[in-house]
Design a protein around this ligand. Structure first.
Ligand SMILES: NC(=O)c1ccc[n+]([C@@H]2O[C@H](COP(=O)([O-])OP(=O)(O)OC[C@H]3O[C@@H](n4cnc5c(N)ncnc54)[C@H](O)[C@@H]3O)[C@@H](O)[C@H]2O)c1
Length: 333
């Protein structure tokens, strides 16, 4: 089989590793570049076990021009790049903004330079719904303007989308809402070296006893039960959207677009905790606390554009996301 080469930066990470599997299963050859700053080689070996094939892996930092140049030279025919590599903690970005601007922006700038000099013309970029800040209308669609970034992390995503927009490269920015869950085999998942900042990984840590309890930040918002509302998307559905984006960009010229990648349904923090307890048949210890600064009250996606243009629809249930997240946490320990 003559597989097209897809360079996957950050491919050892949570979303990247799931995407490797879907790319391979759809006939592509993923080539991974990752410095393992927030992940583990276990995700590469796990993905290899799932697809029953070796994956080319380079332990390289994307901001290192020389090392990245070597990868481009060695791999000659790269058909497209999926750029996941970035730091992703909103909370850490507030404490260390320079770390985020330096890594997230420089890795993309380096990549664009190399893509230009090696004639690689297609990029899929990992963006985020944080680009909208607090949207004026819900569900938010892609016509909404970039809002005031709530964190340096969110600002890096806005700046990266603008950098890509200005380049001459064909591009699709995928604006993820809130990824949850793991591959059903539990062989790959989120191995963030940092303390988790996302809701479901935190719930998993409480369930496993790593944390005694957790706090819900605010229960006086204008939402169904007063807690913040988000749009949770199963990571396998998210990974599949990347394959559809690659198919689309390789079959069309002159693409510069962005898609929301969410289920289109708002779920409150309280509802997530309640469902997690029910699905996994356990009790989570939590308390209600004050609002946290920078939190958006509610955000969920209008996903019509990606439905219509790429034919992508979510198929995995929210419950299976919570179940697989817990299975991954149990095996991780
Ligand atoms: N997980 C989420 O909630 C979420 C939501 C919206 C957007 N995103 C974006 O999606 C992408 C992937 O997120 P994830 O959850 O898989 O995160 P992750 O931390 O699990 O994966 C990112 C990977 O990139 C690697 N990396 C970071 N900087 C690098 C560098 N300079 N050179 C080489 N490798 C580097 C890390 O080691 C890690 O393996 C990120 O760009 C993130 O900002 C994530």
């Amino acid at each position: 089989m003559n597989r097209k080469n897809i360079l996957v930066t950050g491919g050892a990470g949570y979303i990247g590793s799931h995407t490797l599997v879907e790319l391979y299963n759809s006939g592509y050859k993923p080539i991974v570049v990752d410095n393992l700053s927030n992940s583990s080689l276990n995700n590469i070996t796990g993905a290899e076990q799932i697809i029953k094939s070796k994956i080319d892996f380079y332990k390289v930092d994307c901001t290192d021009f020389e090392q990245m140049n070597k990868v481009f030279k060695e791999k000659k025919n790269i058909d497209a790049v999926i750029h996941f590599a970035a730091f992703k903690s909103v909370e850490e970005s507030v404490r260390h903004p320079d770390k985020y601007f330096s890594n997230n922006i420089r890795s993309l700038e380096t990549l664009i330079d190399l893509m230009n000099s090696h004639n690689v013309n297609n990029i899929i970029f990992s963006s985020s719904c944080t680009v909208y800040g607090t949207p004026e209308f819900l569900p938010v669609n892609e016509l909404a303007p970039f809002g005031k970034a709530e964190s340096p992390y969110g600002e890096t995503k806005q700046l990266c989308e603008k950098l890509i927009e200005k380049s001459t490269i064909n591009s699709i920015s995928l604006r993820y809402f809130n990824p949850v869950g793991s591959h059903p085999t539990s062989l790959i998942g989120d191995c963030s070296a940092d303390k988790p900042n996302n809701l479901v990984p935190i719930i998993c840590e409480v369930a496993s006893g790593k944390r005694e309890s957790m706090q819900i930040f605010g229960n006086d918002y204008n939402t169904i039960d007063g807690t913040c509302v988000r749009d949770y998307i199963h990571v396998v559905d998210l990974a599949k959207a990347h394959v559809m984006a690659v198919n689309h960009i390789l079959n069309n010229t002159k693409i510069k677009t962005a898609y929301n990648l969410g289920v289109g349904k708002g779920v409150s923090v309280q509802e997530v905790i309640d469902s997690f307890q029910k699905v996994n048949n356990l009790k989570i210890s939590y308390e209600l606390g004050p609002r946290r600064s920078g939190d958006v009250e509610k955000i969920y996606s209008d996903n019509t554009k990606i439905n219509d243009e790429l034919g992508w629809f979510p198929v995995m249930s929210f419950e299976s996301g919570l179940e697989s997240a817990w299975n991954w946490e149990k095996l991780k320990n």
